[in-house]
Ligand binder design. Sequence first.
Ligand code: M6R
Length: 609
Amino acid sequence: MCGIVGYIGARNSQDVLLDGLKKLEYRGYDSAGVAVFTSNGLEVKKAKGRLAVLESQLASSPLIGTAGIGHTRWATHGKPSDVNSHPHTDNGMRFSVVHNGIIENYLTLKEELSAKGHRFVSETDTEVLSHLLADLYDGSLVRTVQKAVKKLKGAFALAVMYVHEPDQLVAVRQASPLIIGVGQGENFIGSDIPAVLNYTRDIYILNDGEMAVLTRNGVELMDLDGNNISRELFVVDWDLSTAEKGGFDHFMLKEIHEQPKAYRDTMGGRIDVQANKIILDELNLKQEDIRALEKIHIVACGTAYHAGLVGRSVIESLTRIPVESDVASEYRYRSPIINERTLVIVVSQSGETADTLAALREAKRYGAKVLAITNVVGSSVAREADEVLFTWAGPEIAVASTKAYSSQLIAFYLLGLHLAAQRDSVKAGDLAELIHALQKLPEQVEELLQQAPAIKSLAEAFAARSSVFFIGRGLDYAAAMEGSLKLKEISYIHSEAYAAGELKHGTLALIEQGVPVIALATQEELLEKMISNIKEVKARDAFVLGIVMEGGADLADCADQVLKIPRTMPLLAPALSAIPLQLLAYYASLARGNDVDKPRNLAKSVTVE
Ligand code: M6R
């Protein structure tokens, strides 16, 4: 996720900017850059790679000045490269902009500005803004920014400078975080508090639709119409390492709480609300290709494989195309039956998992079209696949995948709905209902996150157990597999997930008094059968935690405790049931005193076979 810094004061700004960017490194990035007001006007330096690359360039030819903006880029539009790095400028080098977020209507703006003679050099959405500012400038930077921002759709946090108004910086927040640090004779902009914590603890936190104008001697807050806003300063009393985690104790907990945003970002610009349509402009697959598909294979590892299991049911039920899912390390060696009418979907958060990458190459070798669902622009999987559908979850730092997994589910819903629309395999009314329910998911996740204290108490009770079972049917079985993996990988409690109907074929022998069984019962068509399975374990004195949908299954006589997820369509339930299961794993791990973010024996990116 991109990081923004800004400084205006008396110090050498490049040092303050680099220092701030270093504090934002934890957000993940692939390139960095700064723009500084120097005696030559507005000068920019930017470079692909680690901050050290930019730092060494600045060491050999420094930008001398006391005001500037800086950025670490986590590529979204356009691969990581020097030219795609921020800051971006207009053709006259008058405006410089850094941006975090996605400008959804950038292509339309780019066309309009190109027609007026603006020349674009990068593939980014951000560059349109520097040209737009140049196009709209009316003698006041603040007014021009207000006008420009009103033309943007999407999520953005911005810092802007203009060569002829060198005594001010302008910052805007619209759905991407931004804070202002207030000092003595100096002021700061940051995507996050750590960026400024070495200099000040006095912070204004901007809300959506607000902007700040920073000079050396003050900060003015206003709305996008220029109305002044008065706000109390927030005084930070955390230390730096806590601040990097946004006030959360662990990255995993932070990432669990980032899921509403990850859902919104992954859906952003891909749903035409008026037309009830999914727009996946990034895919080149034409309608005739989609109609010609005979089968789909979904291939991935670990948590991404579990997302693929959900994806399989979603795509099969919406399109009636036969779908198989495979663990990549098996798929690559099983000589899969593939032809040019097979679509192989590889799923990988990192885009670097060795087995998934090998499976992708194998599928291409057999002539299949490969579509990647990944979170990392410029990753090997993204580069080698024929088609890419990015999840916009932002960098995931905890080894245990949470927001990347749930964003993969969102990607599968979008893809399934798109394929179904192209094949006319679902009635328009049903598609509209699903699209409507999909859009409600982010706020339903917010609601679910409120249950954290109750889940914490449950997890503390589970933490003392040596074994836990997860059961479910249909999509609940796929969700149970992910819940079980999450629990075992960070709590080290032995845990297994079973198709509920399968228990009595062997595993029921392990159920005895007090053994925790987490029973997912959100799939209403399968409820009767599921309740019978819950009764089977209850009859053996298991401790049953039921997970049901509001207004759904009544487990009063067979569960010891019940967690409810907000009501949604059964197909979408895994995107909600994931949340309590992640929290359960997190708090169980915490209660056992484990290193939650770095579980033993595991790595974030598995680049070996
Ligand atoms: O980066 P990828 O999505 O390809 O990674 C796949 C698995 O290694 C990963 O999901 C792993 O299972 C996580 N530790 C799960 O939390």
